[in-house]
Design a protein around this ligand. Structure first.
Ligand code: NAP
Length: 307
């Protein structure tokens, strides 16, 4: 088995990267942060920080010297740049590359031509092509929707205003994983390099639908009156595509595309078959789910509260 010890992370200063960085350190990898600029960032004494020019393969190749693996948590605006990072990984003799995807239905052929997803597909296909002709290997990590994002995204269920718009009936089942669990699973991918080589690795801490989320909320507080309506994923998708066609680049555009594809009944993203046991991921308990929902509702749920 190829042993991975030295791991470089690109995008560690973003929203998702810090969770992965923490988990890699906790799993005792030698971690190097690859960044465009280290100004005003403190990653701690255990981390080596290397500034690189993400427009230069030479710069990135030098930065990846002696690295066994690269994980990219680069955000949407730099997604295309990952192709240069992949080229650099090949030249530097890196063994494993994990691209920045981390989504629900990102690998579904049904979304491959949609904005946002098409960039992910381009990078993924490039990586697969490079892996076929070099010593580089890859893992695509699919954690579903991040729990923290799902619970904070009012378009999925609005806990603050007690309203929900069911998309295609609200029964679409979606895999969901918390950021900490996802990050530990990434570290476990590197510890199980053979079993996770050249494939999609599925992580699923829970499978939830909008209706199940509402049920959990009603369970936490039966007194709350909810405003419920129905919408179609096709209409949300069209709104997103129209917004992009008129030059939109924000939540209205990409948020709608994500919403339609994550909760639309046509796009399956429930990982009933997954890599949880390989990666040491445990399914979240009903009790914990209720506590998380209660937190969003600003209610108090004590563990073991009978209902
Ligand atoms: N499944 C979900 O629910 C979910 C939710 C959110 C995000 N995600 C996914 O998680 C990944 C990371 O998202 P994020 O929100 O953490 O991203 P982010 O905060 O927007 O960006 C992360 C980092 O990427 C680097 N970066 C940005 N633009 C770059 C460029 N042009 N060239 C090179 N590097 C650049 C920056 O690091 P430096 O400044 O240090 O170079 C930045 O801090 C994405 O693939 C996203 O789709 C999934």
């Amino acid at each position: 088995m190829a042993v991975i010890k030295n791991v470089a992370i690109a995008g560690a200063s973003g929203n998702i990267g810090p969770h992965v960085l923490k988990a890699l350190l906790e799993a005792n990898f030698n971690v190097t942060v690859l960044t465009r600029s280290q100004a005003s960032k403190d990653y701690g004494a255990k981390v080596k920080v290397v500034e690189a020019d993400f427009n230069s393969v030479n710069s990135l190749t030098a930065a990846l010297e002696n690295q066994d693996a690269v994980i990219s948590t680069i955000g949407k605006s730099g997604s295309e740049k990952q192709r240069l990072l992949i080229d650099a990984a090949v030249t530097a003799g890196v063994y494993r590359f994990v691209p920045s995807e981390f989504g629900s239905c990102t690998t579904s052929p049904k979304v491959a031509d949609l904005p946002f997803y098409s960039t992910l597909a381009t990078v993924r296909n490039y990586l697969i092509e490079k892996a076929a002709s070099s010593a580089l290997t890859y893992s695509i990590v699919a954690p579903g929707c991040f729990m923290e994002y799902l619970l904070a995204f009012p378009a999925a269920i609005d806990f603050k205003n007690h309203s929900v718009a069911f998309i295609d009936g609200g029964n679409t089942r979606v895999s969901v994983t918390s950021l900490a669990t996802f990050a530990r699973a990434v570290a476990a991918v590197f510890d199980h390099s053979d079993e996770t080589e050249n494939r999609v690795v599925y992580v699923s801490e829970a499978i939830l639908s909008q209706r199940q989320l509402l049920e959990l909320a009603r369970n936490v507080n039966p007194e709350i009156q909810w405003t419920i309506r129905d919408i179609k994923s096709a209409d949300i998708l069209k709104a997103g595509l129209d917004a992009i066609a008129s030059g939109g680049d924000g939540l209205q555009a990409y948020g709608n595309i994500l919403l339609a594809t994550v909760f639309g009944e046509a796009y399956s993203s429930a990982y009933d078959t997954n890599d949880n046991s390989l990666l040491g991921v445990e399914v979240i308990t009903e009790e914990r789910l209720k506590a998380l929902v209660a937190d969003r509702l600003d209610q108090t749920v004590r563990p073991n509260t009978p209902n």
